[in-house]
Design a protein around this ligand. Sequence first.
Ligand code: FES
Length: 119
Amino acid sequence: MIFLIAFLALSLLAGVALTLWGLLQLARHRKAPKVNAPNTISIEDHEALSIEPGVLLNTLWAHLPNAECQAGECGGCKVQLLSGNVKWVQEPVVDVNRGTHFLACSCVAQTDLHCRIPT
Ligand code: FES
């Protein structure tokens, strides 16, 4: 009988502890700061696109039919940056003027972007 009472008491304590832990996690999650992720990339002569998570090639693949390697080697995803900022997440192998262009397979957006796709 004493074992049954001890078991029930421990189960009750475990339930209370798990509930408190869950409430703490919920409160912590609600306090997480919101990150204002860049939203759009506009390409000259096209409508603005919502930026997909990850490298910019995830968003621009339909506009970059020559993007073949996804490794910064072929240059087929080279885009002229007219305004905005990108972050290079992969070192390019191909020669790129980072002041005016980016490789969509190697960069992520840091702001909304306006760009031109070279013809
Ligand atoms: S896909 Fe080849 S350099 Fe980006």
